[in-house]
Design a protein around this ligand. Sequence first.
Ligand code: PLP
Length: 373
Amino acid sequence: MKKVYLDNAATTPLRKEVIDEMMLVLQSDYGNPSSTHSYGRSAKTALETSRKTIAKCLACSSQEIVFTANATEATNWILRNAVCKLGVKRIITSKVEHHATLYTVQNLQKEFEIEVSYVNVLASGEIDLTQLVNLLSINTKTIVTLMHVNNETGSVLDCDKVGRICEQHKALFHCDTVQSIGKTEFNLNEIQVDFIVASAHKFHGPKGIGFAYIKKGIVMQPMLYGGEQEKGLRAGTEAVHQIVGMAKAIELAYKNLNEERIYITNLKSYCITKLQSNFPEIKINGTDTFYNILNVLLPFSEEKTAMILFNLDIKGIAVSRGSACQSGSIKPSHVLAEMLNADDLKKPSLRISFSHYNTKEDIDALIDGLKGL
Ligand code: PLP
């Protein structure tokens, strides 16, 4: 059975070049970067070269990149630091954020009794920026945490604009860029953002490694205490092979960005056309969504909702209903709950997410699979 992977917002396959680079490190560069002998120095060089590569791709300084296990860890650290170290008394976020943000915010609220405001989400999936400005007009030390590209719908935040709004109101801005790093250009020299986070496995790199961008001048308290790794901010021996793999992945993502973006955009258009011609009542959830994510409301009965992913999976087709942790559960998506009416929310919505490894044949297989339901 030919298998079809259309769940690239959950995770992506590694590029061969990334595996090759990681294998080299695993086989030969096994020194501990903290050791002063040649093995250690070589590993340290690999680490710092990787940091420079990432910084170059994002137009920031390598000192602003801190390696973390993943984006969840980075977001937890940054938001906790904002409250505990930077004097933040209020967090502004939205109800469509990833749980890495939402649950961190909820826990900080319980622990420190800070104020939390949720900015409205429009039916298009976009964030109501007029309301954001209104919320910020109250003068309290604030961090705004909003995601760049929504992982379920692909709705896009205008980071430039939000950055300017935050700057005008002297609020900190943390942006969850997990779905957009390696898929769109970033110039961190220009965007007024204080923190961004990334996970390598979303851009064809390895799992278990990510990074935080912390704007120069912001004081962080250590996430973990121990050795001097990551300037004492995150103690523990670094996963050099993962870091080198992540750097290779981001480098290749930006090298091939234009070509792959055009390819994926065309694939998404093909998928929409095919879906609309086979299921004329289909609706797209979200407006002007990011080029690699398509969330559709299928004109199927409610009874089919629970079994749809299972039935596609039997046919070898991997798609998702929402974020990966919710897939397979019948709990409605917290993101779609903010955008759809009660009736539509009960119907099956599918998240189809593409990469440059997908083909039109994959889309045809998906359509056939859906027709057979
Ligand atoms: N933020 C967004 C938008 C995501 O899509 C994800 C993963 O799905 C995360 C955060 C968390 O990433 P990780 O599980 O790699 O920490």
